[in-house]
Ligand binder design. Structure first.
Ligand code: ADP
Ligand code: MG
Length: 447
């Protein structure tokens, strides 16, 4: 893949100038984050980490990811409505994974009580890497789909202007047009506003931020299950937290249950949250499963399936035994994943053998799934991170596509791909994630 010319990458004086300019431009564009030292203070901010240059992304793969997004929206939404499938897919996991089990308990309670809100708002992000096959062809492979708190849609809308400016100053004026405009936050806002309109609120839209603790102390349901907090009726609950076990105290779990039982539109509702688990992702890759969700649309099935990497069950029985043996024989070909979100939880290389050796004889292994390791073509670039020395790195990128949908009862009211996110990390890190401080913001430079 075409990347930054070598003479530019090693031109120290030029790089020094560009990185200074880049940081100032980032500040001007509002590409900001609070600092590690003062994470809860609004008094000190720095630029959010980013690549000096945009990274090359094959235009055809970018288009493929964009085009399949509305199908993924439908898939997630359809899975969320299929209690039998969710129950089966997660049966072995919830026996051994406490966090998924607690989410599932909430799901069961809500199902039993009956759904109190026919409006569904989904905001997700499907993440991909570009797998370099043995035949030297690159293909789009899905890493995962995030159905809760899929972030960075705001920050990423500000980075095209930054990278275009860098390209211009670096004398690559022609290439500026290969960086697309991007505004996933606007797409999310549109879907949220649509749900709010359907909810039928009398007031203007106001946004308040509360944590689980606030909700547990100060929120309540009226007899029609309308959700109130601090004297205000809540039309939509958008979860920016609640994806990790450490997000919850006991009161937090009760607060989540209260919100799920309420008439408020939840983004995501508990069933959509569960549809985004890694176990469900693995079960989706079984033959015939996509056909169950798209009985009349073989084209959608083919488009979705083309993005699947090999995914393998570790459930008890012969199939799971084969997965264990395959992983231990060739650990570098795989990634072992527990049911966790947010980065930094996956297991790679020799650690896979260690973990599997210790759990392979018992049902604890059902807490994991196994996945083929995707191997992208590395590209050289500089990662600019506050407080880190400038260093030329060998990098790997991950492309995310943002999806938004609104359903009312049986009918889809809105179903869109709203934008993208490119994150890039140094190849020495197996795992990624912006919030874990490994990956940084980037832009696709379409080639
Ligand atoms: P999380 O929910 O923690 O974000 P992911 O499945 O997205 O979990 O994995 C985290 C990171 O690990 C990804 O951003 C990517 O860098 C790396 N990763 C995950 N799956 C694979 C894979 N199959 N091949 C190569 N890298 C992977
Ligand atoms: Mg991820």
């Amino acid at each position: 893949m075409a990347s930054v010319p070598e003479d530019v990458l090693v031109n120290e004086a030029l790089i020094e100038d560009l990185q200074k300019l880049a940081k100032d431009t980032a500040l001007l564009q509002g590409i900001l984050m609070r600092t590690k030292e003062t994470p809860n203070s609004s008094e000190v901010v720095s630029y959010a980490a980013f690549t000096l240059f945009p990274s090359p992304v094959p235009r055809s793969l970018f288009e493929q990811a964009r085009q399949v997004q509305t199908h993924f929206n439908l898939l997630v939404d359809r899975i969320s409505q299929d209690a039998e499938f969710l129950e089966q897919a997660l049966a072995s996991t919830i026996n051994v994974d406490d966090f998924t089990a607690r989410l599932f308990n909430i799901y069961r309670q809500v199902i039993q009580e009956g759904c109190s809100q026919p409006i569904i708002l989904g905001l997700n992000r499907s993440d991909y890497m570009f797998d370099l096959g043995k035949d030297s062809k690159t293909s789009l492979k899905q890493i995962e789909i995030n159905t809760i708190a899929a972030g960075a849609g705001g920050l990423t809308s500000r980075t095209p202007a930054l990278h275009r400016h860098i390209l211009k100053v670096a004398g690559r004026v022609e290439e500026q047009k290969n960086i697309l405009d991007n505004n996933p936050a606007a797409g999310s806002a549109k879907a949220i506003a649509k749900s709010w309109e359907l909810y039928g609120s009398e007031q203007n839209i106001t946004i308040i931020r509360r944590d689980f603790n606030d909700v547990s102390k100060r929120a309540s349901l009226d007899q029609n299950k309308r959700l109130f907090i601090d004297g205000k009726e809540v039309a939509i609950v958008y979860f920016r937290s609640g994806l990790m076990p450490q997000d919850y105290t006991e009161q937090g779990w009760e607060a989540r249950l209260m919100m799920e039982r309420s008439r408020a539109v939840k983004c995501p509702d508990i069933s959509t949250h569960l549809a985004g688990t890694k176990k469900v992702q693995q079960e989706m890759s079984r033959p015939g499963v996509l056909e169950r969700f798209f009985p009349d649309d073989p084209k959608a099935v083919a488009q979705i399936r083309a993005t699947f990497a090999g995914l393998y069950s570790l459930d008890m029985g012969e199939e799971g035994d084969r997965t264990v043996a395959m992983a231990i024989a060739n650990p570098d070909h795989f990634v072992l994943k527990p049911q966790r979100e947010g980065g930094g939880n996956n297991i790679y290389g020799e650690d896979i053998c260690q973990v599997l050796e210790s759990v392979k004889e018992n049902s604890e292994r059902c807490a994991y799934i196994l996945m083929d390791k995707i191997r992208p073509q590395p590209v050289r670039n500089y990662l600019l991170r506050s407080g880190s020395p400038l260093k030329l790195s060998t990098c790997l990128s991950e492309l995310g596509m943002f999806g938004a949908y609104v359903r009312q009862g049986k009918g889809m009211v809105l179903n869109e791909c709203t934008g993208h996110l490119l994150r890039t990390k140094s190849a020495e890190h197996s795992d990624g994630g912006l919030t874990t401080g490994v990956a940084v913001l980037d832009n696709p430079l379409l080639v």
